[in-house]
Design a protein around this ligand. Structure first.
Ligand SMILES: [Fe+2]
Length: 856
């Protein structure tokens, strides 16, 4: 079992002939054995430059770990690279060379490649303060360039972002901001912490520091849970994890630094009471750590005392979970270092040292010593959880604020399973989880500001940035001024999903990805850049550097995948719809889910017809409520995507541009929320799948997620219901037996990638008509896991009746209607044959009829 049979050269031959499938059963089994290896050590194919050759490469670890690229062998196309990769993995599994013919005797690349984090570069990058902007409003662009001199900015209307299929289509918009700007390099400072002002209050002679900590990477190197330490000058004091992961106290006066350590590394993901005490008169210094869960044979309780002759001479403010890098940088965000990974709860500062009895009590079983009026600050993280405020509950009000959004509403040391909703028992959620790769807002200066002309048509636009042969596009939407419309049709771009996918690292880090997609991972230029630059932050699909899931994602940073030239997913794929609407000369406004979250149903009910993007997966409650009202009030709703309305998302109550979600309980996901951490910190809402909350996607659009696979897409066939006179308009010009969408840019078909089905039990209305269905999927397509009650193997398209894609129509009250194509791939078929095809025809039939005010 689980071994590769090195005699089955017939299977190797089959793979070489048809690397992208379809594959025989035996080859599928072999490929399953060759896939899903651990990330560190995995061989992949990489293409560092967009049009450059392919290479083999070895991943050495998650983001920030160099990739070893074997540059002495180039492969001109993905098929040849895949064959080289197949041989490498075969040889690793069998220990035998795989040689089918003379060509293979040229041999694989040499054993050693180039270890690099700079395989791909993006010398110029930008983002904007808004994504959706009204006519008459202004939008600010923030640009960083590594190059000297000037860059040129040009405003473009973006019709197609698809480089290879439709081709990039843009039109220049004349504006005074189209000119050259001085190129300036702007750093990105990732890593979350708490900043506490009031430096003088923490300039202490004798003092004690206390906190509960739950470290996730205690041995990653020196970390700074608590103190006013400045690293460069070596001034201040710090309750620290030393380079072995043991608790230590560091003090420095700018000339000398001294440290006392327990010398016992803390265990990962265990709660500890940690404390330090310093007496300025005697120099008596002490550190102590006590695990709250004690093991009989692995006790990490420890303490150490020393007499230090250095007296701390602080110069910076007090921070939690990071130190100040240099005093000169005091006002800049680049100043943080020593980022601590893990949770902290109840940190406190006391203006005197601890007695021997107090130290002993702390190591025995006492939480906080009697402070007798000497408490300097005591922060309770269970207060004001949705905000960035960190409340000091001492009498001094020395409140702090979080930087870069560490995760709140995290289980604290007292959590015992008696309550799962932090709003009911915040004292059980008194921890904040800090990560060295958290990023909310790059905070770059504004380079230029555009006031959107009153007559600029609603649509998708970009600021195009060009310098020395390099470029970037900063996309944004111009929407009609609030309360107005300029067309009867609105294209609702699923921006919550854009932010959710953000700067995802899946191509490198998603271990199961090769099984899910039925292909070997393909690592392209943007994947390599993000892998080498973790400071640009994560997506909701990633785990942080300490392995914990990412719950927050922000747009206030360059989101490199939501750009022209990138993979056809979310924004780039949605431009297929824009391109088609322009081609058909159908007037439309573009609005966004961010707008919908802000304005609710009023945004939709002004339109006769609203159509979605290709993958609106992350709606908020307000969005679902707005869809329901729109449909009830006679609106016409076109769901032009797949796997929509799946996860609950929430927006921050005060900070712009950031969403939260928790991958709770079930669903197709790249990480699992920890038990007890299912409720959103932003709003207190239960996180997870909408269907687990009684609002399955079928209740929104008549269809909901049923299967996914990413090797090939397929076609729909009409059902008997398609001949019902109620839906005759949909199929006008479409033959009775036509295969609908047996072509397209996404997997070669209109039904594919992620697909939905009708199900009355989940909310499809009883009068809904399933007018077409696609069933001819490959075995790479699997029925969704949240519907299985047991694991079993009858879940692939070969045998599972739930692996299908249903096109659905139904009428709603007051002359409204819903039409759903239920497939991410649909829009990729619109342009086929110069926009003359049955996918385009059906879409046009529906859009034009839905824009006709006559009741349906
Ligand atoms: Fe998705």
């Amino acid at each position: 079992m689980h071994s590769v049979d090195a005699t089955r050269l017939d299977l190797a031959r089959e793979f070489r002939q048809r690397p992208f499938g379809p594959h025989s059963q035996d080859l599928q089994k072999l490929l399953r054995l060759l896939r899903g290896e651990p990330i560190a050590g995995r061989i992949v194919v990489v293409r560092p430059e967009r049009d450059g050759p392919w290479y083999l490469a070895k991943i050495t670890g998650p983001k920030g770990h160099p990739i070893e690229i074997f540059k002495d062998r180039e492969y001109p196309d993905i098929a040849e690279a895949y064959w080289a990769l197949f041989r490498k993995r075969w040889e690793a599994r069998t220990g035998k060379p795989l040689l089918l013919d003379g060509r293979d005797r040229e041999g694989p690349p040499s054993a050693e490649g180039d270890l690099t984090l700079a395989a791909a570069s993006r010398p110029i990058l930008g983002y904007a303060d808004k994504f959706s902007v009204e006519n008459g409003q202004s939008i600010e662009f923030k640009v960083s360039s590594d190059l000297p001199g000037y860059y040129r900015a040009t405003l473009l209307r973006l019709r197609s972002a698809d480089r290879e299929g439709v081709g990039i289509k843009t039109a220049v918009v004349e504006t005074p901001t189209n000119r050259e700007y001085v190129a300036r390099r702007k750093p990105v400072a990732a890593g979350s912490y708490v900043e506490v002002g009031d430096e003088q209050a923490f300039v202490l002679t004798s003092f004690s520091l206390l906190a509960y900590v739950w470290p996730t990477t205690p041995t990653k190197g020196r970390q700074a849970p608590l103190g006013n330490w400045t690293e460069k000058s070596g001034r201040g004091y710090l309750l620290s994890l030393d380079d072995t992961g043991a608790l230590s106290l560091v003090v420095g006066d700018g000339k000398r630094r001294q440290e006392v350590s327990t010398k016992i590394p803390l265990l990962e993901r265990h709660w500890y009471l940690v404390a330090a005490s310093f007496d300025a008169v005697t120099g008596d210094s002490w550190v102590g750590q006590r695990p709250l869960l004690r093991y009989p044979m692995w006790d990490t309780t420890g303490e150490r005392t020393a007499i230090l002759d250095v007296r701390p001479a602080p110069e910076g403010s007090f921070r939690i979970a990071a130190w100040k890098e240099a005093y000169a940088d005091r006002d800049t965000r680049s100043a943080a270092g020593g980022h601590y990974n893990g949770k902290i709860e109840d940190p406190a500062v006391i203006a005197r040292s601890l007695t021997g009895a107090q130290r002993a009590a702390l190591l025995a079983d006492v939480a906080v010593p009697e402070t007798a009026g000497s408490l300097v600050a005591f922060w309770d993280f269970s207060r004001e959880i949705p905000s960035t405020t960190v409340v000091d509950v001492s009498s001094h009000g020395r409140h702090g604020h979080t930087v870069n959004l560490p995760t709140r509403a995290m289980k604290g040391r007292q959590w015992n399973g008696s309550e799962y909703n932090w709003t009911h028992k915040p004292e059980h959620y008194g921890a904040i989880h800090f990560h060295d790769d958290d990023l909310y807002d790059c905070g770059w200066d504004t380079d230029f500001e555009l006031t959107v002309p009153e007559d600029l048509a609603s649509g998708l636009y970009c600021a195009h940035l060009a310098q020395g042969g390099h470029e970037d596009y900063v996309p944004f939407v111009v929407r009609p001024p609030k309360g107005t419309t300029r067309a009867d049709l609105a294209l609702l771009l699923p921006t919550a999903s854009y932010w959710a996918y953000g700067n995802h690292h899946m191509q490198v880090e998603w271990r199961e990805g090769e099984h899910v997609t039925g292909t070997f991972s393909i690592v392209q230029s943007t994947d390599l850049f993000l892998h080498g630059h973790p400071e640009y932050g994560c997506s909701l699909y990633d785990v942080h550097s300490d392995g914990s899931g990412v719950c927050y994602s922000s747009r206030l940073r360059p989101l490199l995948r939501m750009r022209p030239n990138e993979a056809l997913w979310q924004l780039p794929a949605d431009t297929h719809i824009i391109d088609w609407l322009e081609e058909k000369r159908i007037a439309f406004d573009v609005i966004t889910e961010d707008d919908l979250e802000a304005e609710g149903e009023a945004l939709l009910t002004r339109y006769r017809c609203v159509m979605t993007g290709t993958h609106p997966e992350y709606p908020s409650k307000r969005m679902l409520d707005a869809f329901a009202t729109f449909q009830k009030e006679g609106g016409r709703f076109i769901y032009l995507g797949g796997n929509g309305f799946y996860w609950r998302t929430s927006y921050h109550p005060s900070l712009p541009g950031v969403v939260e979600m928790r991958r709770a309980e079930d669903g197709i996901r790249t990480w699992h929320a920890e038990g007890g951490e299912y409720y959103h910190s932003f709003t207190g809402e239960l996180g997870g799948m909408w269907r687990r909350m009684g609002r399955a996607p079928q209740s929104v659009a008549g269809t909901g997620m049923t299967a996914q696979g990413f090797d090939r897409s397929t076609y729909y066939e009409r059902t008997p219901a398609s001949f019902d006179p109620r839906v005759a308009f949909i199929f006008d010009g479409v033959g009775e037996r036509d295969r609908i969408g047996d072509f397209g840019l996404i997997g070669g078909g209109a039904a594919g990638w992620e697909v939905d089905r009708a199900d009355p039990a989940l909310g499809t209305p009883p009068h809904a008509l399933v007018v077409a269905t696609a069933t001819d999927f490959t075995s790479a397509y699997h029925w969704v896991k949240e519907e299985l009650t047991h694991t079993h193997s009858a879940i692939t398209a070969e045998t599972c009746p739930f692996v299908r894609c249903d096109m659905v129509f139904f009428e709603t009250l007051k002359g409204g209607a819903v039409f759903s194509t239920s497939s991410i791939a649909w829009a990729g078929s619109l342009s086929h044959n110069n926009y003359t095809n049955n996918v385009s025809r059906i879409t046009e039939n529906v859009v034009r009829r839905f824009l006709d005010p006559a009741p349906l």
